[in-house]
Design a protein around this ligand. Structure first.
Ligand SMILES: *Cc1c(COP(=O)(O)O)cnc(C)c1O
Length: 392
């Protein structure tokens, strides 16, 4: 007979999911109620308000998509790209490539702006692309590239799009809650995120928000949105308006309790305090890794505090180290993707996982694992260096 599944206790310091706090897990285990129950609808309204506070937006169309971040991405592209629309897509890692796929599948014409993996989207290249293609309808880019640990300058990129009256679609899956992100102030028109990165919820929910200009584009579409499930015009009847909720799909009730709880926790901490916490623990982790002689992939000015891509020391077996960390310390860190496979580790400091205990565990576990394998690192200094950062 198959028995109940009992997952091991892990410390999640990879590219997501991140550690989920006991408060969020407890919220998830509360009684399931009907998704049109007046109490559930009250919770949905609070959830929308909390999401607006987190994206820093006044957008009425702000809601969680009942599916993972990739569905939030698809929701933005399927609603906003019409056949023949010219879309500038910026690619500097894995997720920009997926944006390109989305545009192509929905009949848009891609103008690709490529940058090296590990570098930010070039503002100058985007400017040049708009000069060559002033009829561009949409600019799409990833704010926080989780495949490399790079932050791009969302504010400047959106300002260029505005000059050409183009809409902006921004991937904020890894940035939301972990680093500065200001939807309205920066002029972002459509944004999507994910529950399992810096919001520290179980995976499976994607918060999205559309500006008034984006909603106008959805409403004035000539062609029918080619997805039924993600069609914002239909979903709005379920999530929008006061009182008049119509059945669209059955919301993942308990997962939404979890998202609500995680946003309440974030509200208690304060959004800017959360950004500062991510920056502080990143500094301590960085000091410790550098004391070991481990270097970063990304130039300091563009590093994401919540996703640290570090170079694997010469001659070290990538998979053996990650598997030793998992079996000996219950610690998960991420592998490199695509061209960076075998070259970097991706150490996440996301949401509830971003704390001093985890930084200390990661440094000491990595140091002892590498030392046992005879890797060329300096020992005995990492924890001292991290502690010095904490002591100010
Ligand atoms: C994780 C991630 C996604 C995809 O989210 P899923 O929940 O895995 O579908 C998209 N973009 C970025 C930048 C991500 O980090």
């Amino acid at each position: 007979m198959i028995k109940s599944f009992q997952p091991p206790q892990r410390v999640l310091m990879g590219p997501g999911p991140s550690d989920v706090s006991p408060r969020v897990l407890e919220a998830m285990s509360r009684p399931t109620i009907g998704h049109l129950d007046p109490e559930f609808i009250r919770m949905m309204d609070e959830l929308k308000a909390l999401l607006k506070q987190t994206f820093l937006t006044e957008n009425e169309l702000t809601m969680p998509v009942s599916a993972p971040g990739s569905a939030g991405m698809e929701a933005c592209f399927v609603n906003l790209v019409e056949p023949g629309d010219k879309v500038i897509v910026c690619q500097n890692g894995v997720f920009g490539g997926r944006m390109k796929e989305n545009v192509e599948r929905f009949g848009g014409e891609v103008v690709l702006v490529s940058d090296e993996w590990g570098t930010p989207v070039s503002v100058d290249k985007v400017k040049a692309a708009f000069e060559t293609h002033p009829d561009t309808k949409i600019l799409a880019f990833v704010h926080a590239e989780t495949s490399t640990g790079v932050r791009s300058d969302a504010k400047s990129l959106c300002a260029i799009a505005k000059e050409y009256d183009a809409l902006t679609i921004v991937d904020a899956v890894t940035s939301l809650g972990g680093s500065e992100l200001r939807m309205d102030e920066w002029g972002i028109d459509a944004i999507y995120s994910g529950s399992q990165k810096c919001l520290s919820c179980p995976p499976g929910i994607s918060p999205v928000s559309f500006s008034e200009k984006a909603v106008e584009k959805v409403q004035s579409r000539e062609s029918r949105t080619p997805s039924w499930f993600l069609d914002k015009k239909l979903v709005m009847g379920y999530w929008g308006g006061d009182g008049k909720r119509a059945y669209h799909h059955t919301a993942p009730v308990n997962s939404l309790y979890a998202l609500h709880e995680s946003l309440v926790i974030l509200q208690e901490e304060g959004l800017e305090n959360s950004w500062a916490r991510h920056a502080k623990h990143h500094e301590a982790l960085k000091a410790g890794l550098e004391a070991m002689g481990i270097s970063f992939l990304v130039e300091e000015a563009y590093r994401l505090p919540q996703l640290n891509s570090v170079m694997i020391p010469e001659g070290v077996d990538d998979a053996a180290v990650r598997s030793a960390l998992l079996s000996n310390f219950g610690l998960e860190i991420g592998a490199g993707l695509g061209a960076l496979a075998g070259k970097v580790w991706r150490i996440g400091l996301m949401g509830a996982a971003c704390n001093r205990r985890n930084v200390t565990l990661c440094l000491s576990a990595l140091e002892s694992t590498l030392a046992e394998m005879g890797a060329p690192i300096k020992t005995g200094q990492a924890l001292v260096a991290a502690a010095a950062v904490y002591q100010g």
